[in-house]
Design a binder for this molecule. Sequence first.
Ligand SMILES: CSC[C@H]1O[C@H](OP(=O)(O)O)[C@H](O)[C@@H]1O
Ligand SMILES: Nc1ncnc2[nH]cnc12
Length: 325
Amino acid sequence: MSLHREKINVSELPHVFNEPVTLAIIGGTGLYQLDSLTPVARLTISTPWGFPSAPITISKTESGFPVAFLARHGLHHDLLPSDVPNQANIAALKSLGVKAIVAFSAVGSLREHIKPRDFVLPNQIIDRTKGIRKSTFFEKGFVAHAMFGEPFDLSLNAVIAEVGTEAGLLKGENAKFHTRKTEGDDLTLICMEGPAFSTRAESRLYRSWGGSVINMSAVPESKLAREAEISYQMICMSTDYDAWNESEEPVTVETVVGNLRANSENAHIVAEKLIARLETELANGTVGNDHVGTMKYSVSTSPDGVRKELLEKMHFLFPGYWPVK
Ligand SMILES: CSC[C@H]1O[C@H](OP(=O)(O)O)[C@H](O)[C@@H]1O
Ligand SMILES: Nc1ncnc2[nH]cnc12
């Protein structure tokens, strides 16, 4: 089963775009393009960490606000969760001027009341990846530690929560948009390595830890966005009950894709509403600034002793922070 919609002809679009782009959408499984916007450029961006998952499409809203779109697993979904070039993805978006990222993801539900096709706005993460993904821009010779107690951006989370829970926004019977406010508690996203889904025992373990939903994408995407000082929030689309629920078949790709297909209209509705709202929030600075400047003071290594080539790499992300002498 495939979820790829009819493709817009993007190959003839300009390969340069000279205005700053402050908002990016990362599309996950089932979201490979933004249908409601007009594409104006398609960029292949080389970063010191390689190339992103796919060319980045810049589209404009009716009012002319540019939005970057990146397909996390590539345009044809040919990248495993462990192989997504997250450093290049985040660095490329940063180089465009992106201040906020809204990332979509298909997730399994670890709670009975979070039904397939519901939307979930997590505010916490438990990292169950296996240490094989590159999860930092820093390296031996230049050490820094980003703050990550709140893994998502609180200002962006608040705006998305408000937009997502607007009455009548989601189509379909009883489709809900779960937020920390609607739950009265943390919404915790477990990020596992994959690609195989969890066993029933693991799925139950994650429930006992307080997990709400599970995917394979939040880490290190969210960590790298934090290091790049970009406001980041993941919007999860529930597609299955993972493996804990014995009254259901354990999750398969067919179930995930089937529910995403049915839910694709809602993903587009949410994205469209959010883009309109974030255009204003980014323009007036109420979103996109909470982490700006933080990495300058998170470095442990004295910049004087850092190798030139490391400073040059860092210059791509943080021009002016640590001058290359
Ligand atoms: C196709 S099921 C597993 C796959 O779906 C999610 O992808 P994404 O987060 O990009 O929507 C999950 O994280 C897994 O990578
Ligand atoms: N049950 C599940 N586990 C991990 N990733 C998922 N993506 C969608 N459903 C999932």
